[in-house]
Design a protein around this ligand. Structure first.
Ligand code: ACO
Ligand code: ZN
Length: 176
């Protein structure tokens, strides 16, 4: 009895594979779905209030990717925060855009969704007057490191024992 529709394979026709997905700002209603993606894809989990606080403070750079072919399901997210550190002179604070977390659901990888999330959120967090974009990534996380390198992030140094399981992190930086 199957209709043609049921068996039609999903074809991503655009050469820019990410344009079949919608990138938009996260809302409070999306947070449970964002947390679901995070818990499936990353060992670093955060409590609900942490996400909520990032959303309250930095809504312009907290983005989600949704699949319009699958009930607008949330398939990825990105969130940033601002890190303020005193400068040597102490006359002003240096601000950095800190990439808190990014993840894409397994079935949706390698379609440039992460690239698009980064490219759309970076100008947004930059409006806070930052000197650089920074992030930590597990030294074993080859795919993420490749992604960041493609966007011109450079390894600045290693943070030893950064993760709870003892793994080291690369601290990667991109000047604005
Ligand atoms: N192997 C090699 N290179 C890769 C891979 C991979 N598995 N994945 C991405 N890349 C590189 C490639 O150069 C790729 O370009 P190409 O496809 O033209 O070769 C480029 O990155 C861009 O890839 P995207 O398609 O934009 O990346 P994707 O949407 O698949 O998401 C991500 C990448 C976020 C790292 C994804 O694999 C993921 O969610 N991983 C689990 C969660 C995670 O590790 N998040 C980062 C933690 S660090 C932090 O959050 C600060
Ligand atoms: Zn960090």
């Amino acid at each position: 009895m199957g209709t043609e529709k049921q068996f039609k394979p999903k074809i991503y026709t655009d050469p820019d594979k990410s344009s079949d997905f919608v990138i938009r700002r996260c809302t409070t209603k999306d947070l449970d779905a964002v947390i679901e993606v995070n818990e499936a894809e990353l060992p670093e989990d955060y409590p609900y209030f942490f996400y909520k606080s990032i959303l309250d403070h930095y809504p312009e750079s907290f983005l989600v990717a949704t699949d319009p072919h699958n009930k607008n399901k949330i398939v990825g997210y990105i969130m940033w925060r601002i890190e303020k550190t005193p400068t040597l002179s102490n006359l002003r604070l240096d601000k950095k855009g800190h990439l808190v977390s990014i993840a894409i659901s397994q079935d949706y990888r390698r379609k440039r969704i992460a690239t698009k999330l980064l490219k759309k959120s970076m100008p947004a967090i930059r409006t806070n007057g930052i000197s650089s974009y920074v992030l930590e990534v597990r030294i074993s996380n080859y795919s993420a490191i490749e992604l960041y390198k493609k966007l011109d992030f450079k390894v600045d140094r290693i943070k030893e024992n950064y993760y709870r399981d003892g793994e080291n992190a690369y601290y990667m930086v991109k000047k604005v």
